[in-house]
Design a protein around this ligand. Structure first.
Ligand code: F2R
Ligand code: MG
Ligand code: MG
Length: 423
């Protein structure tokens, strides 16, 4: 593959991040839930990866990317289009169009309902359909976390508050459960620190500090804290067999920490993966978790690529996987955009406020027949009209509200590790 060389370290890291996410997705895709919820031995991973050393695209084709990359690309395109902020309606439309273009990318079972509802309503309220998911509980799937790395790139050089706000806004278009939103924020923060080259000790301390700050959201705080405690002990003892303890399922809680662990653990040598580069052993470790291998692989790949840069990504993978050229172009576009934004004095909200036009209410005869009677002469027409339906020009600000009070579940009662579900 022929491409321009990177001009500096930031471009290296941005390219590494976008490439890492695509490669993790493509390399993990063929193994997603192929061993049920069981992990894979490292020997299996080494065997799989040996195939890629001798890969010939004309003969072997390419490994296709899945929904993870399909959505991340649209998030990157949306930011490249709006340039100074995230526009939730633009992003929602992009997700919907992308889904309708290629429905076979392996989307989550429930998220497709969100796309259909967004489509039918022309994304009038980009957050509305997600709030209706799972009997209004919202999705806690990892779909918001798996696509969030472009947010970390866009927010490079900005405050953590802005990063978390944009990650939240990008997540809620499909995922309104706090555990799904928090998963996206944790992944965004992890990628952001990887882009900054933060060392593993400070990285883990910062992640824990962020989790502790979820004070108005005790369920997320307790359950994610529990995962980070497991991670900390495992890193200290170099225990690599954490699929059961950290999880490998489609819930954000059972996959974001696993990806973060893979990134941190693979910074040190792993005996059974000694032949692999740091980037490759991160992706191999992530995929070895089994279960949701494309997503854990992609999230870990985004962090590893951001941390080590494009230079650590073996060139042979670029011919194996779909979407790598676009990933590089998007990374180059984002690095340019970030520089322009940092150089300019423009200060505007990082997330566009959405005005939702209040729809005219259709008056059905069986609701209130009284209202359909001819107007008495002594009542002004305007009064009746305003009783029947709100003015079409009325609008309300859509303020992103935190979920209603969550119960004070403790760690043990809130998660069921064996079955990969959140109670
Ligand atoms: N969909 C897949 N892979 C196919 C699944 C394989 C299958 N399990 C198998 O055994 O073969 N991969 C892609 O989906 C994941 C991202 O999903 P996303 O975008 O979060 O979607 P969704 O539908 O919102 O959530 C996924 C599932 O999680 C469960 N769930 C979520 N919230 C829930 C809640 N509040 N209550 C109960 N269950 C909830 C549901 O089962 C959802 O369908 C990635 O892996 C991506 O690669
Ligand atoms: Mg996928
Ligand atoms: Mg997946």
């Amino acid at each position: 593959m022929d491409m321009d060389k990177c001009e500096d370290e930031l471009q290296e890291r941005f390219r590494g991040c976008m490439l890492g996410a695509v490669l993790g997705d493509c390399l993990g895709g063929p193994l997603e839930f192929k061993n049920g919820n069981n992990s894979f031995p490292f020997s299996r991973l080494k065997r799989e990866f040996r195939l890629y050393d001798a890969w010939e695209p004309e003969r072997d084709g390419v490994l296709e990317f899945t929904d993870d990359t399909a959505m991340a690309r649209q998030l990157a395109y949306s930011l490249l289009e709006t340039r100074t902020h995230l526009d939730p309606r633009n992003l929602a439309r992009r997700f919907v169009d992308e889904y309708h273009r290629e429905q076979g990318r392996g989307y989550g079972e429930a998220v497709t309902e969100v796309f259909e509802k967004l489509h039918k309503s022309d994304c009038r309220d980009p957050y509305g359909p997600a709030k209706e998911q799972f009997k209004t509980e919202g999705s806690f799937g990892n779909g918001a976390a798996m696509r969030v790395h472009p947010v970390a790139m866009f927010c490079h050089g900005r405050s953590r508050t802005e990063l978390l706000e944009m990650a939240d806004a990008s997540a809620r278009i499909t995922h309104s459960h706090q555990l799904g939103v928090r998963g996206a924020q944790l992944q965004a923060y992890a990628v952001s620190m990887a882009l900054d080259g933060v060392d593993s000790k400070a990285f883990l301390a910062n992640m824990l500090e962020l989790v502790e700050s979820f004070s108005e959201d005790p369920k997320s705080k307790h359950t994610y804290r529990y995962k980070f405690e497991i991670m900390r002990k495992a890193l200290a003892t170099k225990n690599d067999d954490l699929a059961i303890a950290l999880g490998n399922g489609v819930a954000a809680l059972h996959s974001v920490p696993s990806a973060i662990f893979s990134f941190l653990r693979a910074q040190s040598p792993i005996e059974q993966l000694r032949d692999s580069s740091r980037f490759v052993r991160t992706v191999q470790l992530a995929i070895s978790f089994g279960g949701d291998t494309d997503t854990i692989g992609s999230m870990a790949g985004a962090m590893a690529g951001a941390y080590y840069g494009e230079v650590d990504v073996p060139e042979n993978f670029l011919d194996v996987c779909e979407g790598v050229y676009d990933a590089i172009k998007q990374a180059d576009g984002l690095v340019k955009l970030v520089r322009e934004n940092l150089d300019s004095d423009v200060s505007e909200p990082i997330v566009k406020r959405i005005k939702i036009e209040v729809q005219e209410i259709e008056v059905k005869p069986d609701i209130n027949p009284e209202l359909l009677k001819p107007e008495p002469e002594d009542i002004k027409p305007d009064v009746i009209k305003s009783e029947l339906k709100p003015s079409a020009s009325k609008s309300k600000e859509d303020v992103v509200e935190p979920d209603s009070a969550l119960d004070n579940d403790t760690t043990d009662s809130a998660i069921d590790i064996k079955h990969n579900i959140v109670k």
